[in-house]
Design a binder for this molecule. Structure first.
Ligand code: ADP
Ligand code: MG
Length: 300
C-alpha cells in the first residue's frame, strides 16, 4: 500500500495509535498544538510546521514573505489553542547554490514576525538540500483556564469565524497575520468551547471540530464572508491556508461578543452546533438545506 492510498489523516491516525503518551501529555496528536504539563496555572504548547519550495511556495516568491509564512503558520496554531507564542527553533534545508541574499531576506521575514509577536529565536539546524525547506518548531504557553481544544464544542454553540476566506493562494497565504490578539481577547472574555485555525479549508477544519467534539453543525451560506480573491463560494469553503480562526461559544454569549469585538478583523457568526445525529449541513442562499461532505486540502 502507498501513502497516497491511505491519505494524510489516516496516516496520522495510524501514527497516533502506535504511540503511548505519558501522564505529562495533556493532549498529544490531534489538535493544533500538543498540550503539556507545565506549572500550577499554565500549560506548555508545542507545535511544528514545515514548508517546502514547489509545494507551499515558489522560488519566485519574495524570500521575506516565505520567512514570514514559515513562522506565522506556527503562531497561528498557538492562537488556535488560546495561547501565547514564546520560543522557536528554525531548521532550514538550502541548496549550496542559494544566493546569500535570499537566505538573509528569509531570516529578515522570520525576525519581523518574531519581533512583533515577542517570540525568541533560540536555535535550529542547517542542512544541504536540493530544494528550500523551512521547518519551525514553536513553544507557547496558555493559562489552564484559557486552553481551547477542538474537542469542546457543545450543542447550541454559535459558530464564528474571523476574517474572510478563500482565494488565499493569490496573495494572503504568504502574508497573513496570525490571530493571536483576537484569540487572546476571546479566551480572556468569553467561554470559548472549541477552536481551530483554518489551514485545510473551512469545511474540513470545522469538520475536525465536529469529529473531535462528536457533534453536528448547520451553517448558513449567506453569513460566510468570502474574500474577493476567491473564485466562488464552493472553492472558498474548501481552499486551505486562510489562517483564520473558527471557534464556537455558547449561543447566549454571541450577542455580547459581536457588540464588544474591538478589532477591524471581520467577525462572522456562520452557524450553530447541533446533535451529531443531525449531521453537518449548509443552508444555501435560497433557503435550501444540503448535507456537507467536509473534505478540504490534504497532502496525499
Ligand atoms: P495543523 O494543520 O493544525 O498544523 P495538521 O493537520 O498538520 O495540523 O496535524 C494534525 C495533528 O497531527 C497535529 O496534532 C500534528 O501534531 C499531528 N501530526 C501531523 N503529522 C505528524 C507526524 N508525522 N507524526 C506525528 N504527529 C503528526
Ligand atoms: Mg492548525
Amino acid at each position: 500500500m502507498k501513502l497516497k492510498d491511505l491519505g494524510e489523516f489516516n496516516f496520522i491516525n495510524r501514527i497516533s495509535k502506535s504511540i503511548r503518551a505519558s501522564s505529562q501529555v495533556v493532549k498529544g496528536i490531534g489538535d493544533d498544538a500538543a498540550v503539556l504539563k507545565y506549572t500550577k496555572d499554565k500549560h506548555l504548547l508545542f507545535t511544528t510546521d514545515m514548508i517546502i519550495e514547489g509545494k507551499h511556495f515558489y522560488k519566485s516568491a519574495k524570500a521575506e514573505l516565505v520567512g514570514k509564512k514559515s513562522l506565522s503558520c506556527n503562531i497561528s496554531d498557538i492562537a488556535a489553542m488560546g495561547g501565547v507564542p514564546k520560543f522557536a527553533v528554525i531548521s532550514v534545508g538550502f541548496p549550496g547554490s542559494l544566493d546569500l541574499k535570499y537566505a538573509d531576506k528569509l531570516y529578515k521575514g522570520i525576525r519581523k514576525v518574531a519581533n512583533s509577536f515577542k517570540v525568541d529565536l533560540v536555535g535550529g539546524d542547517t542542512v544541504n538540500s536540493g530544494k528550500i525547506i523551512i521547518n519551525i518548531a514553536l513553544i507557547g504557553e496558555v493559562e489552564k483556564k484559557n486552553l481551547v481544544l477542538r474537542s469542546g464544542a457543545k450543542e447550541d454553540d454559535a459558530i464564528f469565524i474571523t476574517g474572510n476566506i478563500g482565494g488565499s493562494i493569490k496573495f494572503k497565504h504568504l502574508n497573513f497575520t496570525p490571530r493571536i490578539k483576537e484569540a487572546r481577547f476571546l479566551v480572556n472574555n468569553f467561554k470559548i468551547n472549541s477552536m481551530t485555525d483554518i489551514s485545510d479549508g473551512l469545511l474540513a477544519d470545522l469538520g475536525h471540530i465536529l469529529d473531535e467534539s462528536y457533534k453536528g453543525a448547520i451553517i448558513c451560506e449567506k453569513t460566510i464572508p468570502v474574500s474577493r480573491n476567491a473564485s466562488g463560494f464552493d472553492s472558498a469553503v474548501r481552499d486551505g491556508e486562510d489562517f483564520e480562526l473558527v471557534f464556537t461559544l455558547p449561543w447566549p454569549q454571541a450577542d455580547r461578543l459581536e457588540k464588544t469585538w474591538p478589532f477591524t478583523t471581520r467577525l462572522s457568526r456562520i452557524g450553530r452546533i447541533i446533535n451529531r445525529r443531525k449531521g453537518f449541513s449548509i443552508v444555501n442562499k435560497s433557503g435550501k438545506s444540503k448535507k456537507i461532505n467536509p473534505t478540504g486540502f490534504t497532502h496525499f
